[in-house]
Write a protein that binds this ligand. Structure first.
Ligand code: SR1
Ligand code: MG
Length: 424
């Protein structure tokens, strides 16, 4: 029996509550005791289960629960943004993450986490624990050079997006999935506002430390080509439902070792342009590039972006041209041969141009908008940190300002190399 709405977000520890309440250690043990598949994985009895809070994202509470035989990771939505309790949010984001995870798991061959349980009342998602993995952003900040990670992300995006697109499923199934993810309005609104709107005007959520970024910010906001490029990206983000996207694929949404890489945190999932996921990832690699004033490390990042794009492109085309017949009801090719191949390449050129644009918008919002990334924290000298941030901001501005000319990852990398060398 659900509680009345005004008490629905009560405190934890009443083990008999049957409506939403935020969980602490006792509530988590009580919940898991009633989920045999998870309890078996932990082993032993609830009194032996250790609960450790590891929340570090902006939105949710996250816990690692360990027992005598194993561990799991538990994520619970809060009725607000975790880092700002005055910013109210609906609870449904774990539902969208669970639904995204179940959609992509069969497609991506071990490149995400195992799904264990979803509780629609407590808005709790339980997945396998990856405590032997490192957040990819952290690995990059520690100067660990793991060259296989970026191409794995290319493979992940190719497999997840191809498999959830009209190229692989009947339109009836795609339309049904689009109806579900069209409900993820709260998090889509966050992206719309934080990525495509607020950085381009005065807004109380924007922030940047280094005053020397201010003239650049004012230039960006008064550049018509740049603003029109962002408007175009914003329109494409909302109006090109090409495939099911992760929706927030930055380097903090990846847990990895040198040998094993997993994409996590699909709560921003939506149907959108494939280049958005590619661009989020590339944009975050570029942030790392500018946050690392070391020539060898910068070369490694150029290599990683090139390898990411090559693996995405190759895998997407391979799936499109695979011998095995697509499921009945899927769009049947009407043309074959060289013209058809050219059309495939043209589609991927469009994804490539989107990738470049979305990467640039991601860089800008992470420098002057609400949600920054930790990459630049490795630079202790504030003047040098400011100069590196300014380098990244000028680069992204240059790319958006020249949207019509810079449409390939090769050109993007040439400009990145030029901007990187100029700043050293
Ligand atoms: C209020 S949420 C701010 C940011 O954190 C998430 O990871 C997304 O990147 C979002 O834009
Ligand atoms: Mg996240």
């Amino acid at each position: 029996m659900a509680r009345p709405p005004d008490t629905a977000h009560g405190r934890e520890n009443d083990m008999n509550q049957t409506s939403y309440h935020t969980l602490g250690a006792a509530g988590i043990r009580g919940l898991i005791a009633g989920v045999p598949v998870v309890a078996r994985r932990l082993g032993g009895t609830p009194d032996l289960w250790r609960v450790r809070e590891v929340s570090d994202g902006n939105l949710n509470n996250v816990f690692i629960v360990g027992g005598p035989e194993g561990e799991v990771c538990l994520k619970q939505s809060l009725p607000h943004v975790r880092v700002d309790p005055t910013w109210k949010m609906p609870l449904d984001r774990t539902f969208f993450e669970a639904t995204w995870l179940r959609a992509v798991l069969p497609l991506v061959g071990g490149l995400t986490t195992e799904f264990l349980h979803f509780d629609p009342v407590l808005h709790v998602l339980i997945v396998e624990s990856l405590s032997s993995h490192t957040v990819y952003r952290t690995a990059l900040m520690r100067a660990l050079d793991w060259p296989d990670v970026a191409p794995r992300i290319g493979t992940f995006i190719a497999q997840a997006t191809f498999g959830t697109s009209l190229l692989a499923q009947p339109f009836e199934d795609i339309f049904a999935a689009r109806r579900i993810f069209a409900g993820n309005v709260a998090l889509t609104r966050i992206t719309l506002d934080l990525v495509f709107d607020q950085p381009y005007r005065d807004h109380p959520r924007n922030n940047w430390d280094e005053t020397d970024l201010t003239p650049l910010v004012l230039d960006i906001r008064s550049s018509a080509p740049t603003l029109l490029a962002v408007e175009n990206l914003r329109r494409r983000f909302l109006s090109q439902p090409q495939a099911l996207l992760h929706g927030d694929l930055h380097t903090g949404s990846i847990m990895t070792t040198p040998e094993d890489t997993r994409v996590i945190d699909g709560e921003f999932a939506l149907y959108g342009p494939i280049g958005f996921d590619c661009g989020m990832f590339v944009g975050n690699l570029v942030l790392h590039y500018f946050a690392t004033p070391d020539i060898a490390a910068r070369k490694a990042t150029l290599r990683d972006i090139a390898a990411f794009w090559a693996s995405f492109h190759e895998r997407f085309l391979a799936l499109w041209n695979r011998d095995e017949a697509p499921p009945p009801g899927t769009l049947r090719p009407l043309a074959y041969g060289p013209a058809s191949h050219m059309a495939q390449l043209a589609f991927l050129e469009e994804v490539e141009a989107d990738t470049i644009g979305f990467a640039s918008a991601e860089i800008i919002r992470r420098l002057i908008g609400y949600a920054h990334t930790a990459d630049f924290d490795v630079i202790t000298d504030p003047r040098q940190r400011g100069a590196c941030r300014a380098g990244a901001l000028s680069f992204a501005y240059h790319i958006l300002d020249h949207t019509a000319q810079i449409r390939t990852i090769g050109d993007f990398l040439l400009r990145l190399d030029e901007y990187g060398k100029a700043g050293l």
